[in-house]
Design a protein around this ligand. Structure first.
Ligand code: BES
Ligand code: ZN
Length: 463
């Protein structure tokens, strides 16, 4: 496929370059709000971030509402004055962020955005405030430079993505009529590599658990009791070890039953991407990779389900030695899911497996934390074509199609409830440190992202 590349409309380009500093300043203000959704101590900050988004949409002339949910609020902005026949597009983003800890590992403070080497460092810079903001900026470019927009727009910003979006599916159901649209557009993901714009073809789903093991009624002297009393740490280690076979395949009975293989065409496309395994290992400072045999690394990351330990806790972990037989142990475990696996069934399988693997002498409980369905895109149609042209306008080359190992639980809900195609075009980059210290977004991608999205509205307008 070769395509002609349309330049960005000159009025939009002029407005975006003339306002570059202000658009950065606004983003910095947004990034300074520590809207950590997981931590109740930050509830007021999360609310402040919602207000911030609300104010910026209202300022553009959007009919804007902040709607309470049992958790953090949803900000909904609507602009429906496009010419007759224009499509309605729903833009989704999240204004909440992951916790910034461990703070001491940040080069500059997590909530004090700082530019170094052309990157903007701050918690939420790429995930997802920077990407939500570039959408709002692209809207402003149209309204300021031309006084109008070529499509009707609904902006839906939520504050619970990083804690599983539990309240969003019911919200979409409840407001289904109002949210009706021809396409959903989301920027909350990464590009394949610098300079290579990318459209997402899939996301993995998630089923997250906490496993608690209780043994004796208190910690015990490991000399007085060890050898006769079942050790909860060892019991948990056995349970965890039973999740995989010796080759790295998940060994939970039934785990793969619902997996629908990715189409050969998609796998062939993945094989063509310029992925350098040596470089990947070097970036992570590891000398070997693991996982299921029989798949390439990209296939393992994008098309195969996993079961990973996310955290472990038991016994004495302080300085020096303490001879103790711990009374309890705990693990956080999450499975990434692919179509057509589902979080509820996975939960049943994991619970049954853990129960069977638990030795006598300890009590084991499995508590389901959040979950989300996997998603696979329709990669054809006018929305997809418009996105390919808009990305080419901003990046000077056509996009590649990529998969994604991470999860955005609401994507499947949008597709299912609104029955509209969902387009995922992200502007993050590999190594962006999302969820980690020193998170960043490239300034170049921030700028090109605004232009890509501004171009997208023109490309989606009826000709
Ligand atoms: N933006 C990410 C998802 C993502 C990461 C997409 C990398 C593409 C590339 C999103 O904010 C996220 O982190 N989601 C969580 C979901 C969970 C908390 C329910 C995830 O994937 O762990
Ligand atoms: Zn995230």
């Amino acid at each position: 496929m070769t395509m002609t590349i349309n330049p960005l409309d000159s009025a939009l380009e002029a407005w975006l370059s003339n306002n570059d500093q202000r658009l950065h300043d606004d983003l910095f203000e947004f990034l300074r709000i520590p809207s950590v959704s997981a931590n109740s101590a930050h509830k007021a900050d999360v609310a402040r971030a919602a207000d911030w988004v609300h104010a910026h949409l209202a300022r553009l002339g959007f009919t804007t509402e902040t709607i309470a949910t049992p958790g953090h609020p949803v900000v909904l902005g609507e602009w429906r004055k496009a010419p007759k026949g224009a499509p309605t597009v729903l833009v989704y983003g999240h204004y909440d962020v992951q916790p910034a800890e461990p703070l001491e590992l940040w080069t500059s403070p997590a909530f004090e955005p700082t530019i170094r080497d052309g990157n903007i460092y701050a918690r939420g810079s790429v995930d997802d405030k920077g990407q939500l903001w570039l959408h709002i900026a692209a809207i402003e470019a149209h309204l300021a430079a031309r006084g109008t927009l070529p499509v009707n727009l609904i902006v839906l910003a939520e504050g619970e993505e990083e804690v599983g979006s539990d309240n969003l599916a019911p919200f979409i159901e409840q407001h289904r009529a109002r949210l009706q649209c021809e396409a959903v557009v989301i920027s909350d993901s990464t590009m394949f590599a610098p300079g290579i714009p990318s459209i997402l073809s899939s996301l993995r789903g998630l089923a997250y658990f906490e496993i608690n093991v209780t043994g004796p009624n208190s910690d015990l002297h490991s000399g007085m009791y060890g050898g006769a009393v079942v050790n909860p740490a060892t019991a948990l280690a056995r349970i965890i070890a039973s999740f995989h076979d010796a080759n790295g395949k998940v060994a939970i009975p039934g785990f793969y039953d619902a997996v629908r293989p990715f189409p050969d065409a998609v796998r062939a496309q993945m094989k063509q991407l310029p992925f350098d395994e040596l470089d990947f290992k070097k970036q992570l400072a590891v000398d070997a990779l693991g996982g299921e045999p029989g798949y390439t690394t990209l296939e393992k990351l994008w098309t195969r389900p996993t079961c990973e330990v996310n955290g472990l806790l038991s016994g004495y972990t302080g300085e020096g030695a303490k001879t103790v037989l711990p009374g309890t142990s705990m693990a956080k475990v999450s499975c990434r899911l692919v179509p057509d696996q589902d979080p509820e069934t996975t939960r049943t399988l994991v619970e049954a497996h853990v129960r069977a693997a638990a030795p006598a002498g300890v009590t084991v409980t499995v508590t389901a934390l959040h979950g989300g369905h996997p998603w696979r895109a329709e990669l054809e149609g006018p929305v997809f074509d418009a996105a390919a042209r808009a990305l080419a306008t901003a990046f000077g080359r056509e996009p590649v199609i990529i998969g994604e190992g991470g999860s955005i639980p609401v994507v499947n809900d949008f597709a299912r409830i609104l029955k509209a195609p969902v387009l995922l075009v992200g502007f993050g980059l590999p190594g962006e440190n999302a969820h980690a210290p020193d998170e960043w977004i490239s300034q170049d991608n921030f700028r090109r992202g605004m232009r890509a999205i501004a171009a997208l509205w023109d490309e989606m307008a009826p000709k």
